[in-house]
Design a protein around this ligand. Structure first.
Ligand SMILES: [Zn+2]
Length: 429
């Protein structure tokens, strides 16, 4: 599969080398609809970046980038039009190449297999401005690592947000996460810090081919959670172990590397979300399984024959001192549950939304449009900072994405007779 590339700049502030330049990210286009346009996501700041295109003929960039040799096994810069990409990004932030001292290749990050399109790998180039620049454009600001982490990890709804490039390029090194042993055959993404997504091959519907396994395994284990009214507590949590049997060995390795006090959360019963449950039951029969009753009665004994804790929405879960809230979100099925990670305000939406494309309602499992709409509004009221679907990339414009679903579903429902539409949707699943 062809891989796309992105060049991201890490520019240090000449007056304070603890600060880096962030640029306000462009919002998705408006809907031109008063209601939908009234739901506005907060500003999103990230490293300045642009697409990095391949050259027809290899050539040494005229702007020298040091340190490229140490990444030569992964990426050969000579193959790319680094000069134009660097100049394009500098223009975005109001600088010229002469304003910057030495450039160095800091990091090359390969994107996890989210699908359906090609992965977008990131090349992080670091530079230091030689002189302070009095006129920083309004769309730019200097921000320190602690401030970025504060925005990411102590989220207040409506506050500005920090995007995934600076997290992958710089911040993940500053966060004390538990050392996760993800098998080297799998790629994963950690955004926001502490929320790990491992796309694993699954029996899911086209155009996707993986289901995101979400893993929380905070560094600090806390034992005082049981007395505080949590429905379950543990040292690690995984959501939707839905990989197909070829990946069960890898899943077993992940489960074996996690603490014994494990909570498993299942958003709904579809195969591509529960096919790995039997692995967990075998590797860690002490794990606590949380799911809605309507989900559990559709999960076969071959997948899970032990006990479970029924949830119906509103319950709180404590994982290593961090709080998560279960959210009843019927529509896709009548037992569908979402999950909100309180400190980062990341919303795990199961199959309510996918990384791209339309929603699927499983009418044979109680899915219906009225519930779907209500759940969508409930999600929007939470003003999540990131949407984590089970198929595809994390979405950084949650309200916009949810409104997009509302608009699409409304238009389709008007144009098709409902029974026909449900058949269409079901066929896609
Ligand atoms: Zn599903």
């Amino acid at each position: 599969m062809a891989v796309h590339h992105k060049l991201a700049l890490i520019l240090e502030n000449p007056l304070n080398d603890a600060e880096y330049l962030l640029v306000k990210q462009t919002r998705p286009p408006k809907f031109n609809d008063e209601e939908y346009d009234s739901y506005v996501d907060s500003d999103l700041w990230d490293l300045p970046s642009t697409q990095l295109n391949l050259l027809e003929v290899k050539s040494e960039p005229s702007i020298a980038v040091g340190g490229a040799e140490s990444w030569s096994g992964k990426i050969e810069l000579k193959k790319f039009d680094v000069d134009s990409a660097l100049n394009r990004v500098l223009e975005q932030v109001g600088f010229k190449a002469a304003d910057v001292g030495d450039w160095s290749l800091l990091k090359y990050v390969e994107e996890a297999q989210f699908g359906p399109g090609s992965p977008i790998n990131s090349v992080f180039v670091r530079g230091k401005l030689v002189a302070s620049h009095p006129n920083l454009p309004e769309s730019c600001k200097w921000l320190s690592v602690p401030s970025c982490l504060n925005w990411l990890l102590e989220v207040k709804p409506g506050n500005d947000r920090v995007g995934p490039l600076i997290v992958a390029g710089l911040l993940n090194e500053f966060v004390q996460s538990r050392e996760l042993k993800i098998p080297s055959t799998l790629s994963y993404q950690e955004y926001p810090p502490g929320v790990v997504l491992v796309p694993m091959g699954s029996k899911t519907g086209k155009p996707f081919y993986t289901t995101n396994l979400v893993v929380f395994a905070p560094q600090n284990a806390s034992n005082d959670s049981e007395k505080n009214g949590f429905i379950a507590s543990g040292d690690a949590l995984i959501v939707d172990p839905g990989c197909r049997s070829e990946f069960h060995e890898e899943l077993a390795q992940i489960v074996a590397s996690l603490p014994r006090k494990l909570v498993v959360f299942v958003t709904h019963h579809h195969h591509d979300h529960v096919d790995g449950l039997s692995v967990i039951q075998r590797c860690n029969p002490d794990a606590t399984l949380l799911a809605h009753e309507n989900t559990m009665r559709r999960i076969g004994k071959d997948d899970w024959s032990l006990g479970f804790t029924a949830i119906s929405g509103g319950e709180e879960i404590c994982i290593g001192g961090q709080r998560l809230i279960a959210l009843f979100s019927p529509g896709h099925t009548d037992g569908h549950m979402g999950l909100l990670h309180a400190s980062t305000h990341s919303l795990i939406v199961g199959d309510h939304c996918v990384g791209q494309g339309s929603a699927v309602l499983d009418v044979t499992s109680g899915g219906n449009m009225t519930d779907y709409f209500q759940s969508t509004y409930k999600f929007m009221e939470l003003a999540p900072h990131a949407l984590v679907p089970m198929h595809g990339r994390v979405n950084l414009w949650p309200k916009h994405m949810l409104c997009g679903y509302l608009k699409y579903e409304t238009e389709i429902s008007r144009s098709l007779s409902l029974p026909f539409r449900f058949c269409v949707l079901l066929a896609q699943n």
